[in-house]
Design a protein around this ligand. Sequence first.
Ligand code: GDP
Ligand code: MN
Length: 389
Amino acid sequence: MNLHEYQSKQVFAAYGIPVPTGRVAATPEEAVAAAEALGGSLWVVKAQVHAGGRGKAGGVKLARDKAAVHAAAKAMLGTRLATIQTGPEGLPVDTVYVETGSAIEREIYLSLTLNREKGQIAMIGSAAGGMDIEEVAAHTPEKITTVNIHPAAGLQPHQCRRMAFALGFTGAQIGEFQKIAMALYRLVMDKDAALVEVNPLIVTKDGSLVALDAKINIDANAVFRQPELAKMRDTAQEDPMELKASEHDLNYVSLDGDIACMVNGAGLAMATMDVIQQKGGMPANFLDVGGGANKQQVTNAFKILLSDPNVKGILVNIFGGIMKCDTIADGVIAAAREVKLSVPLVVRLEGTNVELGRKMLTESKLDLQTAVSLDEAAEKIVKAAGGHR
Ligand code: GDP
Ligand code: MN
């Protein structure tokens, strides 16, 4: 679960991490009122969307007077902001964050995230931070420093110093950086964060460190024990189909292709997507209906798949273990009748009660194809959906 920048900065502030002062606004008038309340003569108006890359997409604007604050807020609010991280459809800008502007000396990248190979939290930093960090990572990875944090020991002062030197800090900044790094690590542990990113962490003209941007992602499986953060969820920023799927306890991820998949078990779903691609097709989604899905869930899953206008065909690939093949066949038949199938459907069942399941499908007289092997199923659906790409 992602937090908005302004929410992340509230959390940062609670951990003593220095952030600029700011206020949220939902209208241009509120943005002007926010600037007035903040005072000063330089403000930044920032679109609040669950994505980075806003600066390059016109979602971060400096304003030197109230008219400019009004104009920036007006230009952003009510629109969809497409950045390098969102895809062309972008994300809705329902609020902007108005901040006191900072005078920047240099921009640093700092993040903490899980290093899955090590099974440890990694602190990642680069002196070449700011809006081109992706370029740095791609072309000059040696400019990035990583420190892995042992869970039993926690983040150590010597690790903070090592990172501080790599980031070019001297004198009092080293201690300041250590405080920020320690606070970020505590935050990650307390809040079950999968990612905390500060890009940029700035050195101001007067030499102090400030988190100018803030991104927090909470591990979705831990949100239940973070009730305060759960309240911050903004479902308007989420993929509508993924949201619907999560309401029905389905594991669903939207993808760019046109062949919808309904599979049970994440491993089988991955294998199914691989075989579809091998046959020249592109999966429209990853959908795991789970080990114990019932007829209702299969129907819900079908509805979600069919609500994607890109879908040109559906492949059902289910291994009947806990869930028997006749239950699946029952669900498929009921769902296909209820939602009025508008695209080709290929069903491949295997496992418990497979004969019964296949018989039910054949006798249903529904317009669908069956397949025995995954290979055959993938070939059939790619062909039915319009062939190779
Ligand atoms: P992102 O593009 O979505 O990551 O948004 P950021 O919050 O990181 O802002 C993008 C860029 O805008 C930063 O890297 C800064 O260069 C610039 N910026 C943001 N806030 C300020 C500010 O207060 N003063 C100045 N001078 N630049 C800012
Ligand atoms: Mn940023």
